[in-house]
Design a protein around this ligand. Structure first.
Ligand SMILES: Nc1nc2c(ncn2[C@@H]2O[C@H](COP(=O)(O)OP(=O)(O)OP(=O)(O)O)[C@@H](O)[C@H]2O)c(=O)[nH]1
Ligand SMILES: [Mg+2]
Length: 442
């Protein structure tokens, strides 16, 4: 069962004391602390339960002011994490003019080796914190600024500020509970915990009504476990005293790939379970849309449900607009379409119709004029930064709310339409009416 965690990202300049802060907050010495700038080369995550905050994921990040190609990679990674943050702690070591001067000299020396200009060096050294602040404001992130005064004692002083909470303390000497308290007192915490998974009309069904779940079987289905949205739905139905009726639909058999007899048997079994249980609603894996689209019950898909949940019950604010692209793109030659899955998995494409690499591209090639299909499978690869006419995104069953919001938010910022796998496959198999059907139940 996935735990919903609060993402706290500790960011700032090199040597500001980010790792010292992380170690102090987590009461651990897992992050390496050193006077060498750039000690933390990649983000480091600590899972922790903080009393009053709940389950947290604390990211110690690389400083964002390192120059050169490696510095650029570190900065990109840190900004990506800030995008997924619920709370950003900006550790800001207060520095004297003399220190700033020294910093520029040091950077200059580094740049002589890596061919960058002094101008770049001084800009990064002095504006890094400002960059983070502006990024947080742009991305609507809550952030707290902590001046790490290495000469002070461990007493926290609140500094005046018009815009965001600011504090001064010696991070190394400050009690972990006091650091946690700053975060608790100065942020508004929201979480997916307790959010309703099911559409309201299902929640409102009479007790003991049946809800049919189509959980397909193909060669890629995991053995001895269900996928997260499937488990989640079963738990939610049981909690509402509804009865999940699960049907393991063999996709190949139902599509006639194992011969006519096998197909008839599979479809008869599906009809039988419907006749016997008279479900009040159906929730299906979107892959099975082509097979079950004629069922008479109200219908939605696991990926629509999962995306809706991960987007903070706000799926339709953005994706309802996006649906129009499915129609308008038909007039465009070579539309650029991204098929995006949040995680990587082993695809057994020779033996089965993988949804991302076979089924969806198959439909795209029929629906659009010479589509350019691009794939992005895996967490956050560089491809996500490109321009597209349409993004078709999986339900995100392996990622957190913050991660999904940052992925979809990134496309939204660029006005790139995003639809879920379920919405797309509904459209591909039944047009706009089918899309309306799976979305209207919400
Ligand atoms: N005295 C004192 N020294 C500190 C404090 N915080 C950090 N330092 C020192 O400052 C140096 C840098 O601290 P780190 O915590 O490694 O800084 P960082 O921001 O993680 O740096 P990078 O990983 O290089 O980006 C180390 O030598 C620390 O011992 C503090 O509160 N008091
Ligand atoms: Mg560090």
């Amino acid at each position: 069962m996935q735990v919903n965690r609060l993402n706290i990202v500790v960011a700032g300049r090199m040597n500001a004391g980010k790792s010292t802060f992380t170690n102090a907050l987590t009461q651990n010495s897992t992050s390496i602390v050193d006077a060498t700038p750039g000690t933390t080369a990649d983000a480091k995550v600590t899972l922790m339960e903080i009393h009053g905050l709940g389950a947290c994921r604390i990211f110690d990040t690389a400083g964002i002011d390192e120059l050169g190609q490696l510095g650029l990679k570190k900065r990109k990674k840190t900004l990506k994490l800030i995008q997924q943050a619920d709370i950003v702690v900006l550790v800001n070591s207060e520095v004297s003019d003399e220190y700033k001067y020294q910093l520029i000299i040091n950077e200059y020396a580094r740049q002589l080796q890596s061919n960058n200009s002094l101008a770049d060096a001084s800009i990064y050294a002095l504006q890094a914190e400002e960059q983070i602040k502006q990024f947080c404001v742009k991305k609507n992130k809550q952030f707290i600024e902590i001046f790490n005064d290495k000469n002070a004692n461990g007493i926290i002083n609140k500094l005046s500020s018009m815009s965001h909470p600011r504090f001064r303390t010696n991070v190394q000497k400050t009690d972990a509970h006091d650091l946690a308290q700053i975060i608790k007192d100065n942020t508004v915490l929201g979480s997916e915990n307790g959010a309703e998974v099911l559409p309201k009309f299902i929640v409102d069904l009479k007790q003991n009504e049946n809800v049919l779940l189509i959980i397909p079987l193909d060669k890629q289905s995991p053995k001895l476990r269900l996928l997260r949205p499937q488990e989640q739905t079963i738990e939610a139905l049981l909690s509402h005293k509804l009865t999940p009726i699960c049907f393991r639909l063999d996709l190949d058999a139902a599509r006639g790939k194992n011969g006519l007899t096998a197909q008839q048997i599979e479809l008869a079994a599906l009809n039988d379970i419907v006749d016997k249980n008279k479900p009040a609603a159906t929730i299906t894996d979107s892959q099975a849309m082509d097979i079950i689209k004629n069922l008479k019950t109200p219908l939605t898909t696991f990926s629509v449900m999962q995306m809706h949940l991960l987007l903070g019950q706000n799926l339709f604010k953005y994706t309802n607009e996006s649906i129009k692209a499915l129609e308008t793109l038909k007039n465009k030659n070579q539309p650029k379409i991204l098929i995006s899955e949040a995680c990587q998995h082993d695809r057994i494409t020779q033996n089965c119709d993988d949804i991302g690499t076979k089924q969806i591209p198959g439909y795209l090639n029929k629906m659009f004029k010479n589509p350019q299909i691009i794939y992005s499978f895996g967490k956050d690869d560089e491809l996500m930064d490109n321009e597209f006419d349409l993004v078709i995104h999986c339900g995100g069953c392996m990622i957190s709310t913050q991660h999904m919001q940052s992925r979809v938010g990134g496309f939204k910022d660029k006005n790139i339409p995003v639809v879920s796998y379920g919405t797309f496959l509904s459209y591909a198999t039944g047009g706009m009416n089918a899309v309306k059907r799976v979305l209207d139940v919400w």
